[in-house]
Design a protein around this ligand. Structure first.
Ligand SMILES: [Zn+2]
Ligand SMILES: [Zn+2]
Length: 397
């Protein structure tokens, strides 16, 4: 396959990436890096920023010092009784948990620093996007909040940050951490909290104090597919970017909105995910001088979906066309594992067929129509709130 453009973006991946591991039965498995990174390599990518742990002082930009102490204690004694959101359940303790989690945070942080220095316009950190971590507790497979930390780094340079969260779950941690900062606009599109973890992300969550109107939520009904999800994004993202005028863009590309994902109920395709990534790239160039940090996120169909979702982000960040077919050698290499985990066959194309090849159901078409209507209502609400919280326009303006 032809090599990508010479000014390739940073690809954040290294030996520590696979140490963020809750064990063989956990859905967020480092097994995803095997088929995922090898597909990016087949596209000509080379990992060139290996994550190393962020320092305690850096982690404390977004987390309570006492929470770091809890994580470090679990790191040495993973069998201690659960606390601060860590323990039996979604976010179990494991030996070396602090170092592994701090390295995920460090990967996104160093990528942001490279972008701020101008060493790269775009960076992609597939192992990042741990958007549920809160200031003083772990949540939803997330220990330290790497997107929130990368945003905090850009805020130290007083840059206005637009955060776009495409994961099927609400980006609650990032929203909470930057809730009262008017210099951070967070936009999350997700399956409604009425049906899915973490149960938040409704349109009336608008931000605190002078930040009112900078926190944006698009909750979608179960069954919403690419014909609702993508038009909703196309309606709101350019308009919000124009209103907010970001100087840096950070995005989260959780692949769990896909129709095949076992943990959620949307019906998005890799085709739509690619179009969304290209839309985000265009927003970064139009408003933010091209400064764009993309992260991964959730995604639990790790052979059929996650690698192609990552490839769509990588191709968008390289301004490269989507190849007609996935590499046969890549499919052959992972076919037996995919079969073993019930995620067969390995897909032959990067783009999905319409509706991921599934039949259209009446209820899903209604969900698609509602998605676009909700997006319009949320956009009106946010633009009105955003304008009001900044005072009346200048006379004559
Ligand atoms: Zn670009
Ligand atoms: Zn998710």
């Amino acid at each position: 396959m032809a090599p990508l453009a010479p000014s390739a973006p940073l690809l954040v991946f290294g030996p520590r990436s696979t140490t963020y591991d809750f064990g063989p039965a956990h859905p967020l498995t480092p097994r995803r890096f095997g088929p995922g990174i090898s597909l990016l390599e087949a596209l000509g990518a080379e990992p060139n920023l290996a994550p190393e742990p962020a320092s305690d002082a850096e982690l404390e930009w977004v987390h309570e010092p006492a929470y770091l102490d809890v994580v470090k204690a679990f790191s040495g004694d993973p069998f201690a009784p659960g606390r601060a959101g860590i323990g039996p359940g979604d976010t179990p303790a494991f030996a070396g948990m602090h170092e592994a989690s701090a390295a995920v945070a460090g990967g996104s942080l160093r990528a942001m620093e490279a972008i701020l220095r101008g060493d790269a316009l775009h960076a992609f950190h597939p192992g990042g996007g741990l958007h549920h971590a809160m200031p003083a507790r772990g949540s939803g497979f997330c220990v330290y909040d790497d997107p929130a930390l990368a945003i905090a780094r850009a805020r130290r340079d007083e840059l206005r940050v637009l955060y776009l969260d495409l994961d099927v779950h609400h980006g609650d941690g990032v929203q909470a951490i930057h809730w009262s900062d008017p210099g951070v606009m967070t936009v999350s599109i997700h399956e409604t909290g009425m049906a899915l973890f973490p149960g938040t992300g409704f349109p009336d969550e608008l931000g605190g104090g002078e930040a009112r109107g900078t926190k944006v939520n698009l909750p979608l009904d179960p069954g919403t597919g690419e014909r609702g999800w993508l038009p909703a994004l196309e309606l709101v993202l350019p308009a919000l970017a124009e209103a907010f005028q970001p100087e840096v863009v950070v995005s989260q590309h959780g692949a769990d909105a896909h129709a095949f994902d076992p943990l959620a109920h949307l019906r998005v395709t890799t085709t739509a995910m690619g179009a969304a990534a290209r839309l985000i790239d265009s927003i970064a160039h139009r408003w933010a001088g091209g400064r764009w940090l993309a992260t991964g996120g959730g995604g639990y169909d790790v052979y059929r979906v996650v690698p192609r979702a990552w490839a769509q982000v990588w191709l968008a960040a390289n301004h490269a066309p989507v190849p007609g077919s996935t590499p046969p050698a890549w499919r052959e290499r992972w076919a037996a594992d995919a079969e073993r985990f019930g995620q067969s066959p390995m897909p032959e194309s990067f783009d999905d067929p319409p509706n991921a090849g599934l039949p259209y159901r009446v209820a899903d078409e209604a969900a698609d129509a509602r998605a676009v209507r909700i997006a319009g209502e949320v956009l009106d609400l946010v633009l009105r709130t955003f304008t009001e919280s900044r005072g009346s326009p200048e006379p004559g303006a």
